[in-house]
Design a binder for this molecule. Sequence first.
Ligand code: HEC
Length: 118
Amino acid sequence: MFPEGDIVRGKETFVELGCTECHHVSGIGDLPRYEIEANKVIVLGGEVRTTKTYGDLITAIIHPSESVTAIAGGRTDADPGMPDVNDTMTVQQMLDLVTFLSPQYVKLEPLYEEYYMP
Ligand code: HEC
Protein backbone atom coordinates (compact mmCIF):
# COMPACT_ATOMS: atom_id res chain seq x y z
CA MET A 1 0.00 0.00 0.00
CA PHE A 2 0.98 3.61 -0.41
CA PRO A 3 1.73 5.82 2.57
CA GLU A 4 -1.13 8.08 3.59
CA GLY A 5 -1.12 11.63 2.37
CA ASP A 6 -2.65 14.61 4.08
CA ILE A 7 -6.17 15.52 3.02
CA VAL A 8 -5.93 19.22 3.90
CA ARG A 9 -2.61 19.61 2.11
CA GLY A 10 -4.07 17.66 -0.78
CA LYS A 11 -6.78 20.21 -1.24
CA GLU A 12 -4.23 23.04 -1.13
CA THR A 13 -2.06 21.22 -3.65
CA PHE A 14 -5.06 20.73 -5.93
CA VAL A 15 -5.49 24.51 -6.02
CA GLU A 16 -1.75 25.31 -6.17
CA LEU A 17 -1.07 23.06 -9.14
CA GLY A 18 -3.97 24.55 -11.04
CA CYS A 19 -6.09 21.41 -11.12
CA THR A 20 -9.11 23.61 -10.50
CA GLU A 21 -8.63 25.20 -13.92
CA CYS A 22 -10.25 22.15 -15.43
CA HIS A 23 -11.73 20.19 -12.57
CA HIS A 24 -14.57 20.60 -10.18
CA VAL A 25 -14.64 18.20 -7.25
CA SER A 26 -18.00 16.76 -6.37
CA GLY A 27 -19.20 17.99 -3.01
CA ILE A 28 -16.40 20.52 -2.49
CA GLY A 29 -17.91 23.95 -2.89
CA ASP A 30 -15.12 26.23 -1.75
CA LEU A 31 -12.59 25.63 -4.51
CA PRO A 32 -11.64 28.43 -6.89
CA ARG A 33 -13.82 28.40 -9.92
CA TYR A 34 -12.49 26.75 -13.07
CA GLU A 35 -11.62 29.04 -15.95
CA ILE A 36 -12.65 27.01 -18.95
CA GLU A 37 -16.10 26.69 -20.45
CA ALA A 38 -18.49 24.88 -18.15
CA ASN A 39 -19.12 22.05 -20.58
CA LYS A 40 -15.41 21.19 -20.61
CA VAL A 41 -15.09 20.89 -16.87
CA ILE A 42 -14.34 17.40 -15.67
CA VAL A 43 -15.96 16.63 -12.36
CA LEU A 44 -13.87 14.46 -10.10
CA GLY A 45 -15.57 12.31 -7.53
CA GLY A 46 -19.26 11.76 -7.11
CA GLU A 47 -21.17 8.59 -7.70
CA VAL A 48 -19.39 6.00 -9.76
CA ARG A 49 -20.19 2.40 -10.54
CA THR A 50 -16.62 1.29 -10.80
CA THR A 51 -14.48 2.04 -7.81
CA LYS A 52 -11.60 4.39 -8.29
CA THR A 53 -8.77 2.87 -6.42
CA TYR A 54 -5.77 4.73 -5.15
CA GLY A 55 -3.88 3.24 -8.06
CA ASP A 56 -6.46 4.41 -10.62
CA LEU A 57 -6.20 7.95 -9.36
CA ILE A 58 -2.42 7.92 -9.33
CA THR A 59 -2.41 6.62 -12.89
CA ALA A 60 -4.85 9.33 -13.96
CA ILE A 61 -2.61 12.01 -12.49
CA ILE A 62 0.85 10.85 -13.50
CA HIS A 63 -0.07 9.17 -16.75
CA PRO A 64 -2.93 11.22 -18.17
CA SER A 65 -4.57 10.70 -21.52
CA GLU A 66 -2.45 7.70 -22.26
CA SER A 67 -4.85 6.33 -24.82
CA VAL A 68 -5.89 9.69 -26.21
CA THR A 69 -2.31 10.77 -26.74
CA ALA A 70 -1.31 7.46 -28.26
CA ILE A 71 -4.15 7.50 -30.76
CA ALA A 72 -3.91 11.13 -31.73
CA GLY A 73 -0.13 11.01 -31.82
CA GLY A 74 0.13 13.98 -29.52
CA ARG A 75 -1.86 16.83 -28.27
CA THR A 76 -3.38 19.77 -30.06
CA ASP A 77 -4.06 23.19 -28.67
CA ALA A 78 -7.76 22.51 -28.77
CA ASP A 79 -7.40 19.54 -26.47
CA PRO A 80 -7.92 20.48 -22.84
CA GLY A 81 -6.07 17.33 -21.82
CA MET A 82 -4.34 16.82 -18.56
CA PRO A 83 -1.03 18.68 -18.33
CA ASP A 84 2.03 16.60 -17.55
CA VAL A 85 2.90 17.41 -13.97
CA ASN A 86 5.46 14.68 -13.45
CA ASP A 87 8.43 17.02 -13.58
CA THR A 88 6.99 19.51 -11.16
CA MET A 89 4.96 17.50 -8.70
CA THR A 90 6.60 15.88 -5.70
CA VAL A 91 5.67 12.42 -4.54
CA GLN A 92 4.31 13.93 -1.36
CA GLN A 93 2.07 16.24 -3.37
CA MET A 94 0.81 13.29 -5.36
CA LEU A 95 -0.01 11.30 -2.23
CA ASP A 96 -1.75 14.31 -0.71
CA LEU A 97 -3.78 14.81 -3.88
CA VAL A 98 -4.92 11.22 -3.99
CA THR A 99 -5.76 11.24 -0.30
CA PHE A 100 -7.87 14.32 -0.93
CA LEU A 101 -9.57 12.97 -4.05
CA SER A 102 -10.25 9.33 -3.24
CA PRO A 103 -12.87 9.88 -0.52
CA GLN A 104 -14.80 12.12 -2.95
CA TYR A 105 -15.67 9.12 -5.07
CA VAL A 106 -18.88 7.60 -3.81
CA LYS A 107 -19.20 3.98 -4.71
CA LEU A 108 -22.76 3.14 -5.61
CA GLU A 109 -24.15 -0.07 -4.25
CA PRO A 110 -24.12 -2.77 -6.90
CA LEU A 111 -27.50 -3.75 -8.21
CA TYR A 112 -28.67 -7.07 -6.83
CA GLU A 113 -32.06 -7.04 -8.52
CA GLU A 114 -31.56 -10.47 -9.98
CA TYR A 115 -31.35 -12.01 -6.57
CA TYR A 116 -34.08 -9.95 -4.96
CA MET A 117 -36.69 -12.09 -3.18
CA PRO A 118 -39.72 -10.28 -1.83
C1 HEC B 1 -5.91 21.61 -18.73
C2 HEC B 1 -7.02 20.94 -18.06
C3 HEC B 1 -6.68 20.01 -16.89
C4 HEC B 1 -5.92 20.31 -15.77
C5 HEC B 1 -5.22 21.61 -15.42
C6 HEC B 1 -5.96 19.11 -14.94
N1 HEC B 1 -6.71 18.15 -15.54
FE1 HEC B 1 -7.21 16.31 -14.73
N2 HEC B 1 -8.20 15.82 -16.44
C7 HEC B 1 -8.36 16.64 -17.52
C8 HEC B 1 -9.05 15.90 -18.57
C9 HEC B 1 -9.41 16.43 -19.96
C10 HEC B 1 -9.31 14.59 -18.04
C11 HEC B 1 -10.02 13.41 -18.69
C12 HEC B 1 -9.20 12.78 -19.79
C13 HEC B 1 -7.82 12.44 -19.37
O1 HEC B 1 -7.62 11.47 -18.60
O2 HEC B 1 -6.89 13.13 -19.83
C14 HEC B 1 -8.76 14.59 -16.68
C15 HEC B 1 -8.84 13.50 -15.82
C16 HEC B 1 -8.41 13.50 -14.50
C17 HEC B 1 -8.60 12.41 -13.56
C18 HEC B 1 -9.36 11.11 -13.82
C19 HEC B 1 -10.82 11.40 -13.63
C20 HEC B 1 -11.69 10.19 -13.52
O3 HEC B 1 -12.65 10.26 -12.71
O4 HEC B 1 -11.41 9.21 -14.21
C21 HEC B 1 -8.03 12.79 -12.38
C22 HEC B 1 -7.98 12.00 -11.07
C23 HEC B 1 -7.45 14.11 -12.59
N3 HEC B 1 -7.72 14.51 -13.89
C24 HEC B 1 -6.76 14.82 -11.63
C25 HEC B 1 -6.12 16.05 -11.87
C26 HEC B 1 -5.23 16.69 -10.93
C27 HEC B 1 -4.87 16.16 -9.55
C28 HEC B 1 -4.80 17.85 -11.52
C29 HEC B 1 -3.78 18.87 -10.98
C30 HEC B 1 -2.42 18.32 -10.77
C31 HEC B 1 -5.44 17.93 -12.83
N4 HEC B 1 -6.22 16.82 -13.00
C32 HEC B 1 -5.28 19.00 -13.73
C33 HEC B 1 -7.95 17.96 -17.65
C34 HEC B 1 -7.16 18.64 -16.73
